[in-house]
Design a protein around this ligand. Structure first.
Ligand code: ADP
Ligand code: MG
Length: 344
């Protein structure tokens, strides 16, 4: 079946913007003015505003060989909403900038926007503007996410205190092994185009890399239970690197328990198949977009009520450094690349 291909040039820039935003509906009461003017207008009704921006570049952050455009649109929004969650805030709006070459058809961009709108609908976020430009080669995506938080209630990376418990949502390492699997199947396909990828029973880890979900549910659960994290960050680069950010910016140290790091069975199995230490996938893998935060010890009774949250260690004085306590009971210095196995 021939797929229809409409050239972007046939619509022109303004025609394309109109086309991509023709069904754009706003859901937020605070959206006073959306797409169509020089700027959007948002009323945050006395809340404080949280803003975060991220770029996604073809060949650097994504590979269209195994990333469906719809997933890419969803992920571009999701990873930005995750940054808003990491501030303990609720995402409300995004703007989306794209740089595109004539390699893309209008239909291809429609698919991308389908993912964008799906993420917006799922997370009750309004797309209120953006910019559209031509790009000579790669697909360039930039999203700015806006969120709201009650005055003074935002959570930074710098509030962790000695004896705080270190908590993480969901499970870790899945996105990394998912990516390794997609890269392997791409190599096999390039060497032998007849071979179909074998991705059965791998839905979980593939979903972790292609369709991450921002943990708005964790933020609202914490608010409901009146648990205010002292420090929080989202896991885009791997547990070690994010935990070291919290330690550095809070001026503290930490002990992380290897046996407490939450991991999905599929992640562990895939790691063994690739001959990688599953712990290393969690520590250095990244792209899991879970929330890492610290709480006062008194909150322990409340935090255990959530099956979605694991306590994985505790905060120490800065002088004690940042360490991983292995399953065997050995202490390893935590480094941004993971941990140094030779240093006891
Ligand atoms: P300006 O010349 O002021 O930059 P544009 O013509 O670029 O205005 O944009 C017109 C309207 O369309 C603005 O509201 C802008 O935010 C919105 N817009 C432009 N590109 C996109 C896009 N890719 N997705 C969503 N909205 C867009
Ligand atoms: Mg513009």
């Amino acid at each position: 079946m021939d797929e229809q291909r409409t050239e972007i040039a046939s619509l022109g820039e303004f025609g394309l913007i109109d086309h991509l935003t023709r069904n754009n509906e706003t859901m937020q009461a605070g959206t006073m003015l959306s797409v169509g003017d020089d700027a959007a207008v948002i009323d945050q009704f006395g809340k404080q505003t949280v803003i975060s921006s991220d770029m996604l570049l073809e060949g650097i952050h994504f590979d269209l060989a195994y990333t469906p455009l719809k997933h890419l649109g969803y992920k571009a929004v999701a990873v930005n909403l995750s940054d808003i969650c990491a501030m303990g805030a609720t995402p409300t709006h995004i703007t989306l900038n794209i740089g595109i070459s004539n390699r893309f058809s209008v239909e291809a961009l429609d698919e991308f926007y389908e993912g964008v709108y799906a993420a917006c609908a799922r997370y009750n976020v309004d797309l209120v503007g953006g910019d559209t430009s031509s790009s000579q080669k790669g697909f360039v995506i930039s999203v700015t996410a806006i969120g709201e938080v009650s005055p003074g209630e935002y959570v930074t990376r710098s509030g962790a205190q000695k004896n705080d418990l270190i908590c993480v949502s969901g499970d870790l390492g899945g996105a990394y092994v998912g990516l390794q699997l997609l890269e392997r199947e791409k190599r096999i396909f390039l060497e032998n185009p007849g071979v179909q990828p074998t991705l059965q029973d791998k839905a979980y880890i593939i979903g972790r890399i292609l369709k991450p979900e921002p943990r708005t549910d964790i933020v609202s659960w914490l608010q409901e239970k009146e648990i205010k994290p002292r420090a929080m960050i989202d896991i885009s680069d791997g547990l070690s690197s994010e935990l070291l950010h919290i330690c550095k910016q809070s001026g503290v140290g930490c002990v992380l328990h290897e046996d407490k790091i939450p991991m999905h069975n599929e992640t562990r199995e895939m790691a063994f198949e690739f001959n990688i230490d599953p712990t290393l996938c969690a520590l250095s893998g990244g792209e899991d977009y879970e929330l890492l935060f610290t709480i006062a010890q008194e909150e322990y009774e409340k935090i255990v009520l959530s099956e979605q949250i694991s306590v994985i260690g505790y905060i120490t004085d800065a002088a004690e450094g940042a360490h991983l306590l292995s399953r065997q009971g050995n202490k390893h210095k935590l480094t941004a690349q993971g941990w140094n196995a030779f240093e006891a």
